[in-house]
Write a protein that binds this ligand. Structure first.
Ligand SMILES: [Zn+2]
Length: 453
């Protein structure tokens, strides 16, 4: 928190944000990191054991490279193992991770637990400061000020962006109207009309439901007075068609706030999310397979790894949630500080072809751009377990039903050349008739496995 100060200042925290991504900031990060590691080692049984097993004395780490080389990643599987070893006893699990500070929580949230038990987000006041500064810096940059009202349309039940966001906003004097995603779209619209908030938090899919409901009930969303919509929880602002639909319907700016500790800036075309908390957390990129450190240079891609520099509970040391990111370090057209990142895939579905990382979502993006000459339905055929694929990568692609046989070779050439240019791969295409590949009402499985799992 900083004092109220000048309401026209460009950043919420003028002592920190003008200096994001500077040499001075990196030095401060390193000092804070060393302190945080020593603290974790002396207070939290789990981290002490982990460092001991890795043969790391936090006091002897030389620099960031040394830290990255010697301290292993903390993955979902590591958490699961810890939880199982403690028979799911949350008090014990949190004591292992946080020591005595596990008795100082001021809020708690958790993942949805779609694949097993939910993972907790325990927040002490130091964790709430990290989360809160992220929220406050993001909303200040978007033009919201103390005295403003914001409609809270994220889930209020256990979601990290639910109640903890309301708490973060309250600290800067912004009033969240806690309707929540659990309420009906009609209720959200009712309170939006009643309170006329300047901002709104919600997932992009909820914003789209609101558009549907408003159409049915003949409500003009543009008249609600909402100027900024903060989305998160799933990709939104980064997908041009989704962004355009929501922005046009509400007459508002759509900003992203997901996957890391930052927010997008409204640049057109989409410029990714600015990392906003150099003083409170560190992000590294590593090779998804070897876990070797990848320098944060313009265009670098890799598995995102997070380490909070003060907060003991929200995230572990070198924690990864499986997001693959691309970073941009060139100054942004918006002129605001902070390098940028965008989420380009999930570690679980990465493919590696002659050292080139490719994600099914990226391949889908190229194929879909050729509709109607293709139907858009395709499969990636794997003859060995991923991520390594022996080239060429095989794609089974449905041709469009109007496409003439004579046009097939030139279409194939165009697709392969586009893949080469955009993704650095030259796939081999096996054509299939329109409608011949199986359809599913659930999430489409793009991988076809021709090996025994
Ligand atoms: Zn920007």
């Amino acid at each position: 928190m900083t004092p109220k100060g000048d309401m026209t200042r460009p950043y919420w925290d003028m002592a920190v944000e003008p200096f994001l991504d500077s040499a001075d900031m990196r030095e401060r990060q390193w000092d804070k990191l060393k302190h945080r590691l020593s603290e974790a080692y002396s207070r939290a049984p789990y981290w002490r054991r982990r460092f001991d097993v890795a043969g790391v004395d936090p006091q002897t780490l030389q620099d960031r490279e040394d830290f990255a080389r010697r301290v292993p990643l903390f993955t979902k599987d590591d958490y699961r193992e810890l939880a199982e070893a403690n028979h799911g006893d949350m008090r014990k699990i949190l004591f292992e991770l946080m020591g005595g500070e596990s008795n100082e929580l001021v809020a708690v949230a958790a993942t949805s637990g779609t694949s097993g038990d939910p993972t907790p987000y325990p927040l002490t006041s130091r964790d709430l400061r990290l989360w809160g500064e992220l929220v406050r810096r993001a909303v200040w940059r978007a033009g919201l000020r103390p005295g403003d009202w914001v409609l809270q349309g994220f889930g209020l039940s256990m979601f990290l962006a639910g109640v903890p966001v309301c708490m973060a906003l309250a600290e800067m004097g912004i009033c969240a109207i806690p309707v929540g995603a659990e309420a009906s779209t009609a209720a959200l619209l009712k309170y939006a009309r009643l309170f006329r908030p300047r901002g709104m938090f919600c997932t992009p899919s909820l914003a789209e439901y609101l558009i549907q409901t408003a159409e049915q009930e003949d409500i003009d969303l543009g008249s609600l007075g909402i100027e900024t919509i903060f989305c998160g929880g799933e990709p939104g602002a980064g997908i041009p068609s989704v962004r355009a639909r929501i922005e046009n319907a509400f007459g508002a700016k759509l900003l992203d706030f997901a996957g890391g500790l930052g927010a997008s800036c409204g640049c057109e075309p989409y410029a990714g999310m600015h990392w906003l908390v150099d003083d409170l957390a560190m992000m590294e990129l590593v090779d998804p397979v070897s876990h070797e450190l990848i320098p944060l240079n313009e265009g670098a891609e890799g598995l995102a790894v997070f380490t909070p520099l003060e907060a003991p509970g929200l995230l572990g040391i070198r924690q990864t949630n499986g997001d693959i990111m691309r970073v941009h370090t060139k100054p942004c057209a918006c002129g605001q500080s902070g390098w940028r990142y965008e989420i380009i895939g999930r570690n679980d579905d990465m493919l590696k072809i002659k050292g080139v990382m490719v994600y099914p979502a990226a391949i889908e993006g190229v194929i879909k751009a050729f509709v109607p000459r293709v139907t858009g339905v395709f499969r990636i055929v794997l003859s060995e377990p991923p991520p390594r694929v022996k080239p060429p990568l095989r794609l089974r692609v449905e041709r469009g039903d109007q496409l003439r046989d004579a046009d097939l070779p030139s279409l194939e050439k165009e697709i392969v050349e586009t893949m080469q240019r955009k993704l650095k791969i030259r796939p081999q295409i096996e054509w299939r008739a329109a409608g011949s590949l199986p359809r599913s009402t659930k999430k489409t499985q793009l991988l076809e496995k021709e090996y025994q799992a």
